[in-house]
Design a binder for this molecule. Structure first.
Ligand code: SAM
Length: 209
């Protein structure tokens, strides 16, 4: 059962200020990966525990899930992981966050909410304006990773990202996952469910040129 919150609701106009890299991470110089829609962060805990040469930042719009993730983080004292609550579309437009996004090496959107009805497409996290903002912020060679089990959403995302001439698609066959933020190919919770139920996973990787 999918639980959706409307990202266009005014509840999400206020954003959590993302602290500086030094405040968030033990070693602020490590490569930084951003996971958008990280839920309670299980995937990022898996990644952060094993890949001590990366910092991970998760953004999630459901506040309860972020509180759960933050409590778990305090208990485990992991120093290369941070969670922020809010609408990623608003956070990315915040001038205070600008410096953070300039340091992001890769971003993942794993199984974003599909918003099936056409009149709700504007609630989808990936929008032309959002991709335009990312293309202005990200350094060249930064990567965007997409995974979804919804074919129409995949086509929409692909069209939206490639509609920005600063991004091009990478052939997954040529991609060296060992150098990525997820060398062990950990799966998200939704991905485990999808794979277990033998549903299709549509995925692609884009690079900022
Ligand atoms: C279908 S769940 C997938 C969760 C996880 N990535 C996974 O693969 O298991 C999509 C997640 O994105 C979050 N989300 C949706 N729109 C968002 C937005 N604009 N900003 C941040 N998070 C968002 C939802 O609350 C939800 O937790």
């Amino acid at each position: 059962m999918r639980q959706h919150v409307n990202p266009l609701s005014r509840n999400f106009d206020e954003i959590e200020r993302i602290p500086s890299l030094i405040e968030m991470f033990d070693d602020s110089k490590l490569n930084l990966h951003l996971d958008v829609g990280c839920a309670a962060g299980d995937y990022l805990f898996d990644l952060a525990l094993v890949n001590s040469n990366w910092n991970y930042l998760g953004i999630e719009i459901r506040e309860r899930l972020v509180k759960t993730a933050k409590l778990k983080l305090q208990e485990r004292k992991i120093k290369n992981l941070y969670f922020a609550f809010g609408n990623a579309n608003n956070i990315v437009n915040d001038v205070q966050s600008e410096f953070i996004f300039k340091n992001v090496k890769s971003i993942s959107f794993n199984f974003p909410d599909p918003w099936f009805k056409k009149r709700h497409y504007k609630r989808r996290v990936i929008q032309p304006d959002f991709i335009n903002t990312l293309s202005n912020l990200l350094q060249k060679e930064s990567l965007i990773f997409i995974k979804t089990d919804v074919k129409d959403l995949f086509a929409y995302i692909d069209y939206t990202i490639l509609g920005n001439s600063n991004f091009k698609k990478i052939d997954k066959k040529d991609f060296n996952y060992l150098e990525s933020y997820n060398p062990n190919k950990f799966q998200t919770n939704r991905e485990k469910y999808v794979v277990h139920n033998e549903l299709a996973v549509f995925e692609s990787i884009y690079i900022k040129i």
